[in-house]
Ligand binder design. Structure first.
Ligand code: KG4
Length: 345
């Protein structure tokens, strides 16, 4: 049988990424051009700049992948691309490139949901066992997604306000830590056993939903007050204490809800995805808190946005014949629950 070779493109936010995946297993290429440095001075992603940089970078990343030594571009059988959710302009550039490559090689297109990519990134760590609970945590998302079967998504819980990464970034900014704040908080706290923590209020949220904005506001007020008392700058040890207490409160809330779902639903495996899944405290605590189920954690290279995960989700879409016409449109606000069902499943 002919090998399945997917060329995948991801440009939904601030990474221009292209990957090649053979038969859903072998990653032949994985190139990520990140714009983090360019957005740092804005303290977050500046959408217009993201689009411009994707446009500047995509040719380079694409030609790098297509000219890999020993790789024949004519062996590409499918092109997968993130079609949403994401920044509207940024998505368009990836889609344009994907449509061009697919039409040039005369191969089918696959329009992949970004979060399906974050979930299936875990397959680079091991095989999925269903029913499965996916914890998707990033700068724009905090969702608890139940998959009774492959590629069937039920959102059981989500944030009622800020996403976990977004709130972490804001607290880190108030602590004068560099962007992206979640990464800075992790770096500051992960190898220091001496940091003392304090309790933060536990948000009361119904069911499996989450909330980070109350906690964030409480922390911003606390930091402002302590900074004023300290004459403008917090002592480094106090910054560490606030950083670790924040990380703990944010992660424990997430794991409380995951534990609740594990008690109420049939769950064989728990996986995590999205930028915040790189967090050391979360990676350690998930195994301590969620006993009796298999746990998969994506390799660190696969936690932030990349195209390998889009190729992996695309591989499962091919199995289910979820292909898209060249005329498909990107959808910046796209519902994960409709995936897999919308094309006549
Ligand atoms: O998935 P992602 O790269 O981009 C999207 O939001 O789509 O996630 C970025 C988020 C940022 O908020 C960043 O601070 C957070 O993930 N993040 C982390 C870590 N690495 C990235 N948060 C905590 N610990 C980390 N190690």
């Amino acid at each position: 049988m002919k090998d399945e070779v997917i060329l995948a493109i991801e440009t939904s936010c601030d990474e221009t990424a292209i990957a090649l995946l053979r038969n859903g297993k072998e990653l032949l290429a994985n190139s990520v051009n990140t714009q983090i440095e360019d957005h740092r001075r804005f303290g977050g992603v500046y959408p217009e700049l993201a689009s411009r940089l994707h446009l500047e970078n995509i040719d380079q990343v694409l030609s790098y992948v297509l000219s890999l030594k020993g790789f024949d571009p004519r062996s590409i059988t499918h092109v997968a691309v993130t079609g949403g959710p994401g920044l509207p302009g940024a998505l368009q550039i990836g889609a344009m490139a994907a449509k061009t490559v697919a039409s040039y090689f005369g191969v089918p297109l696959i329009d992949v949901h970004h979060l399906a990519g974050h979930i299936y990134a875990n397959e680079f760590a091991g095989e999925f066992r269903y029913p499965l609970l996916a914890i998707v945590v990033s700068g724009g998302n905090s969702e608890l997604v139940y998959l009774p079967r492959p590629f069937e998504f039920h959102i059981l819980g989500e944030t009622e306000d800020d996403a976990i990464g977004e709130a972490l970034d804001k607290v880190a900014r108030a602590l004068s830590l560099p962007y992206p704040g979640g990464v800075s908080i992790d770096r500051l706290t992960k190898d220091d056993e001496t940091i003392e923590t304090f309790d933060l209020p536990r948000p009361k949220v119904d069911g499996y939903n989450l909330s980070y904005s109350g906690l964030k506001s409480h922390l911003l007020r606390l930091i402002q007050k302590e900074k004023a008392e300290a004459g403008g700058t917090l002592p480094p040890q106090r910054v560490k204490e606030i950083a670790l207490s924040t990380e703990k409160a944010f992660v424990e809330q997430l794991l409380d809800k995951a534990e609740l779902i594990k008690g109420d639903y049939d769950v064989r495996m728990v996986v995590v995805g999205g930028g915040v899944s790189a967090n050391s405290y979360l990676r350690k605590r998930i195994r301590e808190r969620l006993k009796g189920v298999d746990i998969l954690i994506p390799p660190l290279w696969c936690t932030t946005d990349n195209a390998a995960m889009i190729a992996m989700a695309g591989h499962h879409m091919i199995e289910r014949n979820l292909l898209s016409p060249l005329s498909f449109r990107t959808r910046p606000n796209r519902n994960l629950e409709e995936e897999g069902r919308e094309k006549g499943e």
